[in-house]
Design a protein around this ligand. Structure first.
Ligand SMILES: *Cc1c(COP(=O)(O)O)cnc(C)c1O
Length: 294
């Protein structure tokens, strides 16, 4: 079994806003799981690596942008559990702290221009097609094994909630949460906040992982211009939230998620008395590229 002990409590956050609207808000602190195999990235890798291990694979091959939390998590988990790791990184060769840490964990990196990056399977076949020890891990940890790991979030919950919110990139975390809730017959409504433009596709991604999506509602208007795009009001929100709570969030995923929840609350979309769970999916190393903006 590939596993390690971690701590991810459900923590109530008290803010004047929550009091005003009489809503109780809890965070599932998956950001505390690990500094590098952070949050949902460990959830998604757990069964993926177990499968690689049971197939006697030795090198994990995966994909991501140059600031990818998934790449760093894969690099660190590979080092920890005895896999070599290789990444195809989107775009022109660059250096940044996340890629430096990936390399420090032993990951080898190949930069791929945006056009070639589209054909991910082709890249794998070209470089690793003859290597029986190689194992393909999808970009962002997408897949049924990833969703299965995320379903464990629900199995761990101590409280019962009316609403659960998470950020969505590939939709794997949302799929896993939905799977867990369906399995346990929990009546929670599940809300996804896509961090990319045109996030409606997330619902199809979730469904294609074999999950009944009936309980999911997507909130499509909180992408702030697209993936990794920000606006001054988002940065101001992140600053104010961090200063009021002592909980670190970042603009790419959790900032958009928390902004959405506060906005929905102010628009009266969360009934008085409601109990809300927010999944803090971690990913704070993304901040290393944005600290100058704070
Ligand atoms: C990768 C990531 C996500 C996206 O998760 P998906 O399962 O791909 O939807 C959300 N939050 C953080 C912090 C991430 O790093």
């Amino acid at each position: 079994m590939l596993n390690f002990d971690f701590y991810s409590p459900e923590e109530e956050i008290r803010l004047p806003l929550y009091e005003k609207y009489n809503v109780r808000v809890f965070l599932k602190r998956d950001d505390l799981i690990h500094p590098y195999i952070s949050g949902n990235k460990w959830r998604k890798l757990k069964y993926t690596l177990e499968e690689a291990s049971s197939l006697k694979k030795e090198v994990l091959v995966t994909y991501g942008g140059p600031w990818s939390n998934h790449l760093l998590a894969t690099a660190c988990a590979g080092a920890r559990f005895g896999f070599r790791t290789h990444a195809f990184v989107r775009g022109e060769p660059v250096a940044n702290p996340v890629l430096s840490m990936c390399k420090l964990f032993g990951m080898t990196v190949t930069f791929v221009d945006r056009k070639s990056y589209v054909d991910k399977r082709g890249l794998y076949d070209h470089h690793f097609g003859q290597d029986d020890t190689a194992y393909l891990v999808q970009e962002g940890g997408y897949g049924t094994a990833g969703a299965k790991g995320c379903a464990e979030i629900v199995h761990e919950l101590v409280n019962v909630y009316d609403h659960c919110f998470c950020a969505a990139g590939t939709g794997t975390t949302l799929a896993g949460l939905c799977m867990g809730m369906n399995q346990l017959g929990i009546p929670t409504s599940l809300h996804g906040v896509p961090v990319l433009k045109g996030g409606q596709f997330i619902l199809e991604e979730v469904a294609s992982l074999g999950v009944d999506t009936a309980r999911i509602k997507l909130h499509l208007d909180y992408h702030f211009g697209g993936y990794a795009k920000t606006k001054p009001e988002l940065l101001a929100f992140v600053r104010s939230y961090v200063q009021q709570t002592g909980v670190m969030i970042e603009p790419t995923y959790t900032g958009k998620l928390f902004y959405a929840i506060h906005d929905l609350m102010e628009k009266g979309q969360l009934a008085p008395g409601a109990k809300v769970l927010i999944i803090h999916t971690g990913g704070l190393t993304g901040l290393l590229g944005m600290l100058d903006r704070f």
